[in-house]
Write a protein that binds this ligand. Structure first.
Ligand SMILES: Cc1ncc(COP(=O)(O)O)c(C=O)c1O
Length: 390
């Protein structure tokens, strides 16, 4: 097998045509194609508003800032996530408090969430205040790990009980559902990513989805330097609209060029997800006789987008890079899963709450090739390699 990447995006003529149209129009920065892309994503997920940004990291930061997260506050987040989740928290001035994940689904452990709130915070004037640091608990940032929605109803119940806010990190979860409700429809702002490793791509890009009109408006202003007048309104409004900047905002604008890619990719999303599911089933059936590990499991009642195929190896391998190099030599690119957040330099002093399973999984998971155009025979070869060598 020759250099099979862990994942590459799939493009065809439609993407080139859409990008060419934008180039020909001369309007390459944020404009009407971004609005079209926002509408395509929001309507696919059954949500009213989409606010496109330059990445999921900036989408998270934008939503957090607009929802009042800031200095002197804590946000509860899983220790097992990509560092972007907590980097966005830190950029608001707030502090992440790290919680464990569940067995099998790798999603945030809601029992531990409840415990940390009850044990480490006390109520003061209607707010939860950390007993040692005095920080106010802003809320929770759950992650829909690997495209599998977390137990969001339980997270929402906790948030209601303690008057907390929730922003969902749905970077990998575009198209994922619980029952018939898509991610984004669970009552909180959710943030998706369009990095090339995600279900669809715009090169780099992200979006906040929300049902809240006022929040969407505020985020649109904040992403454009805090301006009260969007570029679109300036171009299409009557006379000259003088923007005001009542708040110091950011430049988190997606470009029309990126959105043009996204609009084309969105047409393919159902087919991409169908293929990802089909290939997941193929991997599972090829690995049926493999006794030293299994693929990530998905909770009943959830419809995951099967974004990544995570192989859980039961035995701890002291040197995972050796395993990855072995795959590489066989022409198969794989990836170790994230290092834990509190092992990264900026987070070494973060408060962590009884983290065990996250530590276990971060040492036991290898992500396998998962491009949408992966062929059955390639899956068979990958699984043969696994059965012979791991
Ligand atoms: C869980 C999670 N959150 C956030 C991000 C950041 O996404 P982006 O690269 O679009 O900023 C990623 C990227 O992989 C992710 O996996």
């Amino acid at each position: 097998m020759k250099n099979l990447p862990v994942t590459i995006p799939f493009f065809d003529e439609k993407e080139s045509q859409n990008v060419k149209k934008v180039l020909d129009s001369g309007w390459v920065a944020q404009g009407p194609v971004v609005a079209e892309f926002e509408e395509a994503i929001a309507s696919h997920e059954g949500i009213k508003y989409g606010v496109a940004t330059t990445s999921c990291t900036t989408a998270l930061h934008l939503a957090m800032a607009a929802e009042g997260m800031g200095a002197g506050m804590d946000a509860l987040a899983p220790a097992f996530t990509f560092v972007a989740t907590t980097n966005a928290i830190v950029q608001t001035g707030a502090t992440p408090v790290l919680v464990d994940i569940c067995r099998d689904t790798y999603n945030i452990d809601v029992e531990k969430l409840a415990e940390v709130i009850r044990n480490d915070y006390r109520e003061q004037n209607g707010k939860m205040v950390h007993k040692e640091t005095g920080n106010i608990l802003w809320g929770i940032v759950p992650v829909h790990e690997f495209g599998l929605c977390c137990d969001i109803s339980a997270v929402n119940r906790l948030a209601e009980e303690y008057h907390l806010k929730v922003i969902e990190d749905a970077a990998c979860a575009l198209g994922a559902k619980i029952g018939e409700v898509h991610q984004g429809g669970f009552g909180n702002p959710s943030c998706v990513s369009f990095h090339p490793r995600k279900s669809i791509t715009t090169g780099e890009g992200g979006m906040v989805l929300t049902e809240n009109e006022a929040l969407a408006k505020r985020m649109r202003e904040l992403r454009t330097h805090g301006s009260t007048v969007s570029a679109d309104a300036r171009h299409h409004g009557q006379g000259y609209l003088l923007p005001e900047f009542p708040e110091a905002g950011y430049n988190y604008r997606m470009t029309n060029l990126q959105a043009a890619l996204g609009v084309a990719q969105m047409e393919e999303l159902p087919e991409f997800i169908r293929r990802k599911n089909m290939n997941y089933d193929r991997y599972c059936s090829c690995l049926q006789t493999f006794e030293r590990g299994e693929l990530m499991r998905f909770r009943e009642g959830t419809y995951a987008n099967k974004w990544f195929y995570s192989l859980h190896l039961y035995e701890r391998h002291p040197d995972r890079s050796k395993i990855i190099c072995g795959f590489d030599e066989a022409g198969i690119q794989t990836r170790a899963i994230w290092g834990l957040i509190h092992m990264q330099k900026p987070y070494l002093r973060c408060i962590t709450y009884q983290i065990e399973k996250a530590e276990y999984y971060s040492e036991h998971i290898i992500n396998l090739p998962c491009s949408t155009n992966l062929q059955e025979r390639q899956i068979v070869e990958i699984c043969d390699y696994i059965k012979k060598n791991l």
